[in-house]
Each structure stands twice: as C-alpha cells, then as structure tokens.
Design a protein around this ligand. Sequence first.
Ligand code: HEC
Ligand code: HEC
Length: 342
Amino acid sequence: MKLLLFVSLIFWSFFSAHAEEVYEIKGPLGLPDLETPDDNPQTPEKVALGRKLYFDTRLSADDTISCATCHDPTKGFADGEPVSTGIKGQKGGRNAPSVLNAAYYRIQFWDGRAPSLEEQAKGPIVNPIEMGMPSHQAVVEKLRGIRGYQEAFQKVFGKEGITIDNIAIAIASFERTILAGNSPFDRYFFKGDKDAMSQSAIRGIEVFKEKGKCTLCHPFTPDKALFTDNGFHNIGVGMDKPNPDLGRYSVVEGAGKTEGLRGAFKTPTLRNVTLTAPYMHDGSQKTLEEAVDFYDKGGHPNPYLDPQIKPLNLTGQEKSDLVEFMKSLTCDTLPSLTGVRD
Ligand code: HEC
Ligand code: HEC
C-alpha cells in the first residue's frame, strides 16, 4: 500500500504505520514530490535509524565526527567554513554543501562522483580526513558492538542486520526527510501572496531571469523551483590558482571526458543559500554580494569558462535586488533537529 505523506517541511511526526508500508514523500511548497528508489522504500523506523546514525560520532575512528559535524542543522546543514575539518583537525579541499534538499539532486558531490544518496553516505565514513574509519567492515563491526544498533537494524532490515549498505540506506532515508521549501519566494510565486517578498526581492526575480541570466543554470518553472540544472559548469571559481581543482573532469572517464569539464562543478541549488556562507566549491566567496560581483565581472577568465558566463554590467540597484531575491529563498521555519542516542 502506498501512503502519501504530506510534509509541509521536514517531517518528523509520522503517522503510525507498519514497517513494510512504503512512503512517498510530498514535496514542500515549491518543490516537487520526491521519488524514493524502488530498492529503498521509506519507513518511519528506517528514517529514525538513519537520523541516529547521522548524528552519531561513533561512526568516526576517534568518536569525534558525525555527518552533522559538517552538515549541522544549526548552520543550514552545512558547517559555515570555507572547507571542512574532519578527524584530528584535518582540513579537506572543498566546501561542505548543505544536505537540505540534497535528495533532489540527480547526482551527489560537487563533482558528481556519487550517483545516489546511498552511495554518497558510504564515502565520508572511510575518508581518511573526514571520519577516518579504516574500512567499511570496521564501522560495521563497531556498530555490531552496540546493542541499540543491533536491535534497531534487525527491526528495519531483518536477518541482514548491520551491513555497510544498510547503514547507507538508513542515512539516505533520513536525508530524504530533510526538505525545505515554503520560502517567501514560494509563497509569492506559487501561492500569489504579493506581500511575501519585498519590492527589491521582486525586482530581483526579473534580474535573475533576464539581465543576470542566472536561470540558465539555476532554473525555476511554474511547477517547481529547484534552482539547479543538475549540470556541471566552469564559472571560473578557483581557476586563478596554480593547480586548480578540476572538478568534474577528474571524475568522468571515456568519451564523455571533454575539455570543457575542466574546472566544472555541479550547479548548487540556491534554496536556503543565506544559511550556508561561504560559497562555491572552495568557499572562496564570503557573501552573496561577493558572489554577485563575481558574476557581474563574468567569472574568472580561463580557457574552459562556460560560454554562458559573461560580464553582466549590472547596476548597484540590480545587484542588491539580486541579493534580496536570493535571501527570499530561505525557508523561515526550519526545525531544529538533534541527535537521539541510545
Ligand atoms: C569532515 C566533514 C564532513 C563529514 C564528516 C561529512 N561530510 Fe558530507 N560533505 C562534506 C564535503 C566537504 C562535501 C563536498 C565534497 C565534494 O563534493 O567533493 C560533502 C558532500 C556531501 C553530500 C553531497 C551534497 C551535494 O550537494 O552534492 C552529501 C549528501 C553529504 N555530504 C552527506 C554526508 C553524510 C550522510 C555524512 C555522514 C555519513 C557526511 N556527509 C559526512 C563534508 C563532510
Ligand atoms: C553557466 C551556469 C551558471 C550561471 C549562468 C549562473 N550560475 Fe551560479 N553557479 C553555477 C555553478 C556551476 C556554481 C558552483 C561553481 C563552483 O563552485 O565552482 C554556482 C554557484 C552559485 C552560488 C554559490 C552557491 C553555494 O551554495 O555555494 C551562487 C550564490 C550563485 N551561483 C548565484 C548565481 C547568480 C545570482 C547567477 C546570475 C547572476 C548565477 N549564479 C548564474 C552555475 C551558474
């Protein structure tokens, strides 16, 4: 039986249901309904287990780092730093994206190297500078030593119990509940609430679509507003460095590996973007004003620059209208999630 779950935002209070019942997730205002993979039906128990795992520092080698360390609910599910810090104070090379609405991306990571949330979740646990577990088997053994987890996994996955795939499946299920729409923009655009946005933000919509050409890559339509094309573009970020991060180019193999992918990164959604400064894959833009100036100048010139990125000649007013528009994309009723530990 398929139940349609009505979520206006992040849902936590599930209707009581049996574990075998499958949930389809209704998108919050402005976002489409969310399809869950056939092989990972959502159940309340699975989501609750995923939430526990997400906040549990015991998934790291020295019990100091959880997913929530770098994707912190109090920081827009990011970490507020240019690049993240994992175990033993080690810094990574990229900015932590928010996991809010990550379920809507067709592909995960700045360079798209993980095809799904399930695949993505296995990465950080064994990444030596993130959670630093020596192997997937090591984290499985560690959790098998914790009674609460033994019971919870058995309840959700039956005899299979604790495996790395099931850990990832549970975390991904939790992530599919971290959805945030219903921003002032959504109320203005989808509900016709003319007072939801400031005049400046409303003017910003036009700049975003017309002179700024932002919708070429951060699109919205009358039926949904994802603000990402799920594509990869070189807009010049970091291309002024001696050895730039090549992004998508380093991941793609075979015929698809074109020169244009050098320095190309996934277009991030702009939803809730006020919560997640600094910006870009390297955290190099400190504010939205800086990001707009960067686009106004036409990005950073380099041989692989996306041809759609050109100097914009925006006026001061247009720039501040753009910023006000982006500020209106923040969901103003984000709940405060915390960990639950046995
Ligand atoms: C030490 C900090 C750190 C930890 C711990 C961490 N992440 Fe991340 N996360 C990052 C960074 C940095 C990226 C971007 C890396 C990249 O794109 O190469 C990322 C990317 C992601 C993405 C992709 C989002 C997108 O926009 O493509 C998801 C989803 C995610 N992490 C979830 C998790 C989960 C689940 C865990 C726990 C199992 C976790 N992260 C642990 C820092 C961290
Ligand atoms: C050619 C495609 C393209 C166009 C056009 C475009 N963007 Fe982007 N945008 C991207 C990509 C790709 C990134 C990530 C780049 C990176 O980190 O290397 C990005 C990142 C951003 C970020 C940072 C978000 C974050 O979470 O770090 C902001 C803000 C932004 N864009 C706003 C705009 C605005 C405003 C416009 C119009 C003036 C615009 N974009 C036009 C593709 C585009």
